[in-house]
Design a protein around this ligand. Structure first.
Ligand code: ATP
Length: 314
């Protein structure tokens, strides 16, 4: 790990990506934000964030997209570690190593995930014992998706998406993710959404009954039909190629397909592992998606994976 590291103690936290099963975006508010009503699900694409005491603050990122991730103080994991240090009165730098499997700028909240994992890992490294609620409050200062990355599972988000309530649901769902080689900027997608809706009155967002019913019953086909994302028209407007990705996935039998968050990743719900493999092959072979990944959800939020002395704690 880092040459600047001075301590043998290394803590690794694992954190999942998210997909928004439903994302309803309210009107643009005077403060520049939108009220959201969303249902998040944690899915098993993971980043591993390791922290160890060092002479200086620093970040190393391992990912095929590492060139798109900042390695300075603007890295969200670094911001999280520094925020927790200042809150707790800790004056000892850490080096952070991020092993990324979550696509960068893909609409799967990778940066927020790393912030959540850094909070959990630093809390363990420094022996702070902060409650989950306290870490969520700190996380909300860093980004509206950070509290969900700490929680995982399936949850409803309101406000900016940072006020969470658990969703009672059953079942595991099989997902296929078609990644794009060009990212989309979340602020640009929101701006495009506002532009596309400028001529009409936008209602306050509210969760749909069909989504809650599908999740309660664990019916994957019903969940596939209930998937919806108010940002999808904006993502398609900015990256029209995504239409073809969606069409191809549905032609090959996906139960539902949706742009994930602000995109450009497209998420397909499938019935089981075999169906997922078939769809992954079809998406790759048809040339519409350069990279395809499969995952199951819901999965737990950020948690310590390897504690002091390399002991596996979960
Ligand atoms: P969201 O869905 O939360 O809007 P996203 O999944 O589309 O985000 P991220 O992977 O979080 O996108 O990256 C958005 C930008 O954040 C990147 O372009 C990158 O410059 C910056 N960033 C800062 N820290 C990180 C990090 N630890 N991992 C990834 N990106 C980071």
């Amino acid at each position: 790990m880092s040459s600047a590291a001075t301590s043998a103690i290394c803590i690794t936290a694992r954190v999942p990506a998210k997909v928004n099963l439903e994302l309803m975006v309210g009107p643009l508010r005077a403060d520049g934000f939108h009220h959201l009503a969303t249902v998040f699900q944690g899915v098993g694409l993971y980043d591993d964030v390791s922290v160890e005491q060092a002479d200086d603050w620093g970040v190393t990122v391992f990912s095929p997209q590492a060139d798109q991730v900042p390695s300075d103080d603007t890295n969200l994991a670094m911001r999280a570690a520094r925020l927790l240090a200042s809150e707790a009165g800790i004056d000892i730098p850490v080096h952070i190593t991020i092993d990324k499997d979550i696509p960068v700028a893909g609409g799967m909240a990778g940066g927020s995930a790393d912030a959540a994992a850094a909070l959990v890992a630093c809390d363990a490294l420094w022996g702070l014992g902060y409650s989950k609620a306290a870490l969520e409050d700190l996380g909300a200062e860093l980004g509206s998706d950070v509290p969900f990355a700490l929680t995982g599972g399936t949850a409803m988000g309101s406000g900016r998406g940072d006020r969470l309530a658990p969703v009672l649901g059953r079942g595991h769902y099989h997902w296929v993710f078609a990644l794009s080689d060009v990212g989309l900027s979340t602020p640009e997608v929101y701006a495009e959404c506002d532009r596309l809706r400028s001529e009409r009155r936008v209602p306050e967002p509210a969760p749909s009954a069909s989504m809650m019913t599908a999740l309660r019953s664990g019916d994957a086909a019903a969940l596939g039909r209930a998937l919806s994302n108010d940002l999808q028209p904006a993502a398609l407007s900015l990256q029209p190629r995504l239409e073809e990705v969606l069409r191809t996935g549905m032609e090959y039998g996906a139960l539902g397909g949706i742009v994930s968050g602000s995109g450009p990743t497209v998420a397909f719900l499938v019935s089981d592992t075999e169906h997922g493999l078939d769809l992954a092959v079809a998406l790759t072979a048809s040339g519409v998606a350069p990279v395809v990944k499969r995952a199951v959800g819901p999965v737990a939020g950020a948690h310590v994976l390897i504690g002091p002395a390399g002991r596996r704690s979960s």
